[in-house]
Design a protein around this ligand. Structure first.
Ligand code: NAP
Ligand code: G4F
Length: 337
């Protein structure tokens, strides 16, 4: 039985990856940080199927213990401060967690499980301003956000551990991927929730920022398959994972509200406060290498994904039922720490 250690197991990708690896017969350990809010629903769902180890990306000792205890064959570093918007307000924390956190984990693997294969969650955000021109898995990387800088730091550090210390570290450069388990502050979940609320009769318009931004949005369960496949490749690799098709935030709103028979223009307002200090107009990936080298193909397209997400929001909001006329829950609030 193979043993996998996942950081970020309570997040969107971590929870789907745990499901996938358990289905494949892995024994799964998850690094979970203790919060004053108590156990998250994501952890409660996983607790009886995975071994939980307390740890934090900010704490070297806890990561070293996690690697020592789990004796992993595969390590998936998915933990991060992952919200780009927040990274401008908390650049130091983002660099510490998302950048240095990865280095701490690589150190722990180097010391305690040097034979393990490591997956680093790199991001299309690393391309930043370079995305206006041709890019591939080697770059160029010109990040526009503190989050992008932190991911570039982790990405280049992975290459150092590969070349200097012989670790088998692969970096998946993943473009945006979404699901009903997405954090509520990300735009797909926010819009799908807004559409569901509108369908239930709530009239407060949804405040959005840049409607023209284009992203290559894929289905998260497809992307965790790619993570696992990447680590099965004999050589460590850096690889783009994407659908190759982009849509604008405006398209997203149109498709989500249309899924409940509404016109998005009647329910969305522009809000300057949602604009970012800098924006990448278009991030579109190329899935060719993932198809050729890993045999990976996305199975759920954009329209079907948004339909599933809107349905999931409707299910969440009913039958417990929101009192009609009650103020809808804020979906644009900053995420809890
Ligand atoms: P997510 O839902 O935001 O999950 C982040 C996870 O990291 C959560 O489990 C969170 O734990 C954990 N975490 C945050 N800070 C931590 C710390 N200091 N110590 C330990 N754990 C910490 O993110 P995701 O969408 O699943 O993404 C997974 C990874 O892929 C992230 O590294 C993200 O940056 C990267 N990525 C995501 C996408 C995408 O479109 N989803 C694309 C490219 C790359 P709590 O539950 O305690 O908060
Ligand atoms: O959903 P978003 O917040 O995701 P973003 O910034 O693209 O980051 C996600 O994908 C990255 C991969 O490219 C990951 F590395 C990262 O961890 C994260 O998972 O925003 C998507 C787009 C942006 O252009 C943003 O400006 O939507 C635009 N947008 C427009 N109005 C909005 C809003 N984004 C949010 N969150 N909220 C809005 O009201």
């Amino acid at each position: 039985m193979k043993r996998a250690l996942i950081t970020g197991i309570t997040g969107q990708d971590g929870s789907y990856l745990a499901d996938h690896l358990l289905d494949l017969g892995y024994q799964v350990w998850g690094v979970v940080r203790q919060t004053s809010a108590g156990e998250s629903p994501a952890l409660a769902r996983l607790r009886d199927r995975v071994e939980v180890i307390q740890g934090d990306l900010l704490d070297q000792g806890s990561l070293s213990r996690a690697v020592r205890q789990s004796r992993p064959d595969e390590v998936y570093n998915l933990a991060a401060q992952s919200f780009v918007g927040r990274s401008w307000n908390e650049p130091v924390h983002t660099l510490e967690a998302t950048g240095m956190g990865a280095v701490r984990l690589f150190e722990a693997v180097r010391d305690h499980a040097p034979e393990a294969r490591v997956y680093q969650a790199s991001s299309s955000e690393m391309y930043g301003y370079a995305a206006a021109g041709p890019v591939d898995a080697t770059g160029p990387f010109l990040p526009h956000s503190p989050y992008g800088v932190a991911k570039v730091m982790a990405h280049h550090s992975a290459a150092v551990y590969r070349r200097s210390h012989g670790l088998h570290v692969s970096c998946g450069i993943l473009f945006n991927h979404e699901s009903p388990r997405r954090g509520p502050h990300f735009v797909t979940r926010k819009v799908c929730r807004g559409a569901a609320l509108a369908a239930l009769g709530h009239s407060e318009p949804l405040a959005l920022g840049n409607l023209e931004a284009r992203r290559d949005w894929g289905w998260a369960p497809d992307y965790v398959r790619a993570m696992h496949l990447l680590l099965q490749h004999p050589e460590p690799l850096d690889m783009m994972v994407a659908t190759g098709v982009s849509h604008s935030v405006r398209d997203l709103a149109r498709v989500a509200y249309a899924a409940v028979g509404l016109h998005w223009e009647d329910h969305v307002r522009l809000d300057q406060a949602q604009l970012r200090p800098a924006e990448i107009p278009n991030l579109t990936g190329d899935p060719t290498a993932a198809a050729e080298l890993l045999g990976w193909r996305p199975e759920v397209d954009f329209g079907e994904m948004i339909r599933r997400m809107v349905l999931a929001e409707l299910e969440r909001l009913t039958p417990a039922g929101l009192p009609r006329g009650a103020p809808p829950p804020r979906v644009d609030a900053p995420p809890p720490h």
